[in-house]
Design a protein around this ligand. Sequence first.
Ligand code: AVJ
Length: 343
Amino acid sequence: MSATIAVAPGLAAAGLSKSVPSLSQELVGEVLRGLTRRGQKTLPASWLYDAIGSALFEVITLLPEYGLTRADAGLLERKADEIVAAGSPGAIVELGSGSGTKTRFLLEAAVRQQSPTSLGYFPIDISSAALESCAKVLAAIEDVAIQPIEASYLEGIRAAVSRRRGRERLMLLFLGSTIGNLSPAEAAGFLRAIRRLLQPGDTMLIGADLVKPEARLLRAYDDPTGVTAAFNLNLLGRINRELGGDFCLARFRHEASWNPKRSRVEMHLRSLEAQRVRIAAFDLEIAFRAEETIWTESSYKFEAGEIPALAARAGWHTVSQWIDYDWGFAETLLAVPRIAKHG
Ligand code: AVJ
């Protein structure tokens, strides 16, 4: 997420360096490296979110089997006043602009509690389409100055920090259990890097999906309607569309499994037969064995106490936590302490 990835060799030759903006060039480099790896093939989870994938994800959030987004939104709706009072932000910075539904509860609470000055809202996303739709949805809220930032998360936070007015506090939002896409080590590194960009008193609200019975998790990630399967298979469709691939989607099957040792749901695409796939942009043919998988996403699930523990390792102090026990979801409010104990 924060690491700079070298642009894959061969991309310039394929003419992609001109047509693809630099951030997605990083992503394209990850696609190439993931598919040509010896051993387990991978695709980056962030490749899931093109226009089709983002629309499919919105449908996933409506599925009865996928309670995550409803639990997150419900908690924010019920606790917005308490959360905002605990952080007293002058501006709100959101990592991943989302659909705006959840953010609205917090922005409205912040406006209610705000002194005469208007509230700043900085949604950060690498997708300009996502930023536009989020701005459109939230534009109706009065007294909020929306300033979209098209950038990676860390770059975006840096930009938001540079626009801080006086000594106002920032509240960062990292909702929807997006933190679950990172390994615990990556998450700790990410939280530490963020903390270093901020000032004492700044806060960060993290939404995290909690461990729940395996059957419930598997239904959430392999729903009977097949939306998650389509969401996963679209990774291959996107390679076909954007990189000149010739994947036959019917020759792959969506799979979700629970890895109890690592406490994560894993999504894979399993090759149903031995096959070779050409990707024109890479001038490359990729061989799949029958039953071989591409690992496409990890979705870590947490015990409620793990978020404060992870945050503490990254030098954050935990202010408060709000939990939905019906689905199993936690909102944790962190603050940058006056003196950080860990570098
Ligand atoms: C948006 C990363 C939180 O991991 O639950 C939904 C994405 N993947 N169904 C998640 C997702 C499969 C989602 N996050």
